[in-house]
Every structure is written in structure tokens, then in C-alpha cells.
Design a protein around this ligand. Structure first.
Ligand code: CUA
Length: 337
């Protein structure tokens, strides 16, 4: 009977057991105290029942040891719960470095997935077993939530933001994927499947992809098509900041603040270039809002990540050799005005 109506989703990721253990501990703890308190309530109600109209209780002095115990014991319990869950939460939000990136865009009402190698899927995600997978999630309209119960993974896909979640599947198979945030009429239909494959099988699946163009190569193509390349030149003669070696570096802004050239900063620089202008540049870049899809933005970001600083310096050396307006700190190249 429980096979058709399982109490728990199956366990198919490395998070499944730890999450279930914590959850069961909380349930057991709650059940224990509920029963203890309800039981004592009944026992005391009978034992200390008022037996006659003129009965008066005697003066009571609380035993200090008992008072200390009911402060210390619950405190110890909640501290244990805090550290246990905090540690699990942190590990669920820190993908290992060797994780395989997958880019997910939520859209009413479907999940669009891109792999680094360029394969695209809709409402499907193919991953290898035993390898950590980092999901980079965003949305092109409203907030969605990527939820795979068998992996105990749930993360919001928020427009304008890149949220990260990760998991490592432990068993090949097909697992249900849901949208767990009400997003309109067909929210309940925003579902799909995660297919976990043996690594060799996964490689074969990747090889079978028709696209033939990696995520970064797709970004490069867009970069040329949108003529980004005319202003963002590698030789510091362009009107826009040099992008080579930019990714992950701090960027000095015209406002005096410093930003980190991460995914969100680059995305913002494309769709709202005036928001954070790089120090030394004019806000001349037009917005590309509406001209590039969320998937295209992900491709551009993947491409920019591949642009390495010229050999010989950690930061773009070209910038220091008399570009339009080299940044004062020996910078870190910036982005796009
Ligand atoms: Cu997307 Cu609910």
C-alpha cells in the first residue's frame, strides 16, 4: 500500500539521508514533548484535582535544580538542532569545486536547461550518477522553484538573480522535477524529469546532442552578433572595459564602490548597463534588455568566463598601458558601461 502512496520520496542523492535524519529527529522530538506534556497534563489534572470547596494549596518553593534543568535541557536541544541543521544547510549551499555546471532557466511554464557542452533540454535534465552537479538557476519572468524531492533539493529561480543549488545523485533512474512556487495558471504543469545515468551512458548522451556548440561558443557567437566586440576589445582601444580576465575579479565603479564581476554583475551590465558604471568609463552602452534571452545571457556569461587575462599578468596588462582611462588600482577589468 505504501508503494503507491509513499510517506517519503525515494532517496536518490547524498543529501537524502541527512535531510531525512534531521527531519525524523525533529518529528521524534516534537512527538516526544507533545506526548510528555499532554500525558503530564492528564496525570496532574487527576492527581492534583481540587477535592473540596475549601481546599487551598500550600505555599510552594520551586526547587532551583528543577528550574535550572528546564532551562538547560531545552536550550541544549535547540542548540543541537541549530548546529545540526545549520551545518546541513551550509553544505547544501556550498557546491564542491569539481561540480559540473548546469544552467536552468524557469519560465512560465517550463524548465529550460543548458549544459556547458551546449545541449539543451526542456523539462528534462540528464546528469551522471556520482558526480556533484551545480545548478545555476534563474527565471525569465516570475519566481519559480526547482524541486526534486528524491534529491531533497529545492531552490528558487528568481528573475534577475542567479541562485545556486547542488546535488550528487546516488542511483541511476528517473526522478520527478517540480516547480514548487506558485507561478500562475499552469504552475502544476511545470514539471519534468531528472534522468540520472551511468557516467559512460551520460557521455554517450552528451555526444549525441545535436547542437554541436558549447555554451561558451554560443556566447561568443552572440558577442559578435550583438556587436559587443566593437566596444569591448581586448586591446584597450575600445570604448568599453576590457573583458579578458574580468570574471571573478573586483571592479572599481564610478560611484567609488567596488563590485565583484560575478554572474549577476555581468548580467546587470548587459540588461541595465547604467546601473553600475566602471570607474573611468562613460555610460554610453545601450541596454540589451529584451534583445538577449535569459539563456543568451547565460551563454554570454559563460563566454566571458573563458576570456583569460593576457599572459604575464593577473589582471589585463593592456589596461595599464595607456588604454582610454586605465583604472587607478592596477585593476581588474571591468565591464560594460
Ligand atoms: Cu513555475 Cu510554479
Amino acid at each position: 500500500m505504501f508503494t503507491s502512496f509513499p510517506l517519503f520520496p525515494e532517496q536518490a542523492s547524498t543529501f537524502a539521508s541527512p535531510v531525512d535524519e534531521l527531519y525524523l529527529f525533529l518529528v521524534a522530538l516534537t512527538a516526544f514533548f507533545t506526548l510528555l506534556i499532554a500525558g503530564l497534563l492528564a496525570v496532574f489534572a487527576i492527581q492534583y484535582k481540587r477535592r473540596s470547596e475549601d481546599e487551598r494549596p500550600g505555599h510552594i518553593v520551586e526547587p532551583k535544580a528543577l528550574e535550572a534543568a528546564w532551562i538547560a535541557v531545552p536550550l541544549a536541544i535547540v542548540v543541537v538542532v541549530f548546529f545540526w541543521s545549520a551545518q546541513l544547510y551550509v553544505s547544501m549551499n556550498r557546491p564542491p569545486r569539481n561540480a559540473l555546471d548546469v544552467y536552468v532557466v524557469g519560465k512560465r511554464w517550463m524548465w529550460k536547461v543548458q549544459h556547458l557542452t551546449g545541449q539543451r533540454e526542456i523539462n528534462e535534465l540528464h546528469v551522471p550518477v556520482g558526480l556533484p552537479i551545480r545548478l545555476n538557476l534563474t527565471s525569465e519572468d516570475v519566481i519559480h522553484s526547482f524541486f526534486v524531492p528524491a534529491f531533497r533539493v529545492k531552490k528558487d529561480a528568481v528573475p534577475g538573480r542567479y541562485n545556486v543549488a547542488w546535488f550528487q545523485a546516488t542511483r541511476p533512474g528517473k526522478y520527478h522535477l517540480f516547480c514548487a512556487e506558485y507561478c500562475g495558471t499552469k504552475h502544476s504543469g511545470m514539471i519534468g524529469w531528472v534522468t540520472v545515468m551511468e557516467p559512460a551512458q551520460f557521455q554517450a548522451w552528451l555526444a549525441g546532442g545535436a547542437s554541436g556548440m558549447s555554451l561558451a561558443a554560443g556566447g561568443q557567437k552572440l558577442f559578435n552578433e550583438l556587436a559587443c566586440v566593437t566596444c569591448h576589445r581586448p586591446d584597450s582601444q575600445g570604448r568599453g572595459p576590457i573583458l579578458d580576465g574580468l570574471f571573478g575579479k573586483p571592479v572599481k565603479l564610478a560611484s567609488g564602490e567596488t563590485a565583484t564581476a560575478n554572474e549577476e554583475y555581468i548580467r546587470e551590465s548587459i540588461v541595465a548597463p547604467a546601473a553600475r558604471i566602471v570607474a573611468g568609463y562613460q555610460p554610453v552602452m545601450p541596454t540589451y534588455q529584451g534583445l538577449v534571452s535569459e539563456e543568451g545571457l547565460l551563454q554570454l556569461i559563460a563566454y566571458i568566463q573563458t576570456l583569460k587575462a593576457p599572459a604575464g599578468g593577473e589582471a589585463p596588462a593592456a589596461a595599464a598601458t595607456g588604454g582610454p582611462k586605465p583604472r587607478k588600482d592596477k585593476a581588474r577589468d571591468p565591464r560594460a558601461p
